[in-house]
Ligand binder design. Structure first.
Ligand SMILES: [Zn+2]
Length: 387
């Protein structure tokens, strides 16, 4: 086995296939009309208007595959945040687009928006597309088989089962459209499942999102139907945001029938929050052949807010490796999802810093490749059966 030296970081990083399993560029397109071929300045800490996954930044960061998350803002946000209510008067047309229609329709539009952005991703300097949709595993494999300067492969996923409007048939529509995974829960209780506490206290202190949730509740019967249907279809199940009780029900239902995913989480050991995974959960996901993708968000990574997130990303990866093994850790930045990223890893272009850190931490080259993308690709190839 080859062990890495820091001087090699460039080769190791740019030779690896890098996969970000969870990011929200479509939110920035739909809410703020951002065009992803532009190069944006991504400021430090929480900044709702920043763009952290534009195509230039993704290219600079060496990202090969981006799982683009379609999210229809939940109606519960309206009851909990008067600032968002004000948008009704400040941005009436956008308001109507987001809250005047069903979550299913909004989700479909988010998928459309991302595909349109990718179709228009022509680099003015080279005349070549910067990104390309991969709507099946075959398309993903074809793109990755090209030379290293291939366009970024963009793969759809959806956050929150509210997007189904309570209809299981909509799951199949999304699958046929090329959605690789569904995150069952999000901020609010939906038809499928109960969520964890969703909002950082700092946001709650601002008078929004009291975030009172009941961890005693879990997966509902519609949620169980969704799980069975996802197993039938070959759509990857993401347990992120589910209550611990719901997660355990999913582990029991799925066993090792399909690789499970936690697409943007931390660990309870490093930061004891019910959102983060305990050791037995890390083991269950590893046993399923799945992956735990580490979020780049201070609040979930660290018990006390510091700006040095890379230290906590490193500790979290180390813990997942110790408990679940090197084959089950991945990355899911949650960039552009209104998160507070670490100062030292604040957008996609700074991903080489993670490689440098993993080299300093003593990981072997093969293991660094696994963390950066090989594990995520294995889960996509094993769990997403859209050919
Ligand atoms: Zn999320």
């Amino acid at each position: 086995m080859v062990s890495a030296s820091l001087q090699d970081w460039r080769t190791i990083h740019y030779d690896a296939q890098i996969v970000d399993l969870h990011a929200h560029p479509s939110l920035k397109i739909s809410l703020f009309n951002r065009i992803l071929t532009s190069r944006f300045h991504a400021s430090r800490s929480f900044d709702p208007f920043s763009v952290r996954t534009d195509y230039n930044r993704l290219k600079e960061g060496g990202v090969d595959v981006l799982l683009s998350t379609a999210y229809a803002p939940e109606k519960g946000i309206l009851q909990e945040c008067q600032y968002i209510k004000a948008l009704r008067y400040l941005m009436p047309r956008k308001w109507q687009k987001i809250y005047g229609r069903s979550p299913f329709d909004v989700t479909v539009e988010m998928l459309d928006i991302m595909e349109e952005s990718v179709a228009n991703s022509i680099d003015v300097k080279t005349g070549k597309p910067m990104a390309h949709m991969a709507l099946s595993v075959t398309e993903l494999n074809d793109l990755l088989a090209r030379q290293k300067d291939h366009p970024i492969a963009v793969v759809h996923n959806i956050e929150g089962a509210h997007s189904l409007d309570g209809k299981i048939d909509n799951l199949e529509l999304f699958f046929q459209r090329g959605v690789a995974y569904l995150t069952l829960a999000h901020f609010y209780e939906n038809d499928a499942v109960h969520p964890c506490f969703p909002y950082p206290e700092s946001v709650q202190r601002a008078g929004c999102f009291q975030g009172i949730r009941n961890l005693a509740h879990g997966l509902k019967s519609f949620g169980e139907n969704i799980i069975e249907k996802m197993l039938d279809l070959g759509m990857i199940i993401d347990i992120t945001h589910c209550t611990p009780i719901a997660r355990h029900r999913i582990f029991d239902m799925v066993g090792n029938r399909a690789p499970l995913l936690a697409s943007h989480v931390g660990t309870y050991e490093v930061n004891p929050s019910p959102y983060n995974l305990r050791d037995d959960e890390i083991k269950k996901i590893a046993d399923s052949g799945g992956a735990i993708a580490i979020i780049f968000m201070n609040y979930w990574l660290m018990p006390h807010e510091t700006r040095r997130g890379l230290d906590f990303i490193s500790r979290t990866i180390e813990h997942v490796v110790n408990v679940g093994g090197i084959d089950h850790v991945a990355i899911g930045s949650d960039f552009d999802g209104f998160t507070d990223p670490p100062d030292d890893l604040k957008d996609a272009s700074q991903l080489p810093r993670l490689t440098q850190r993993l080299i300093s931490d003593g990981y072997r080259v093969d293991d660094i490749r696994k963390v950066l993308g090989a594990n995520a690709l294995r889960v996509l190839r094993d769990g997403w059966r859209k050919k």
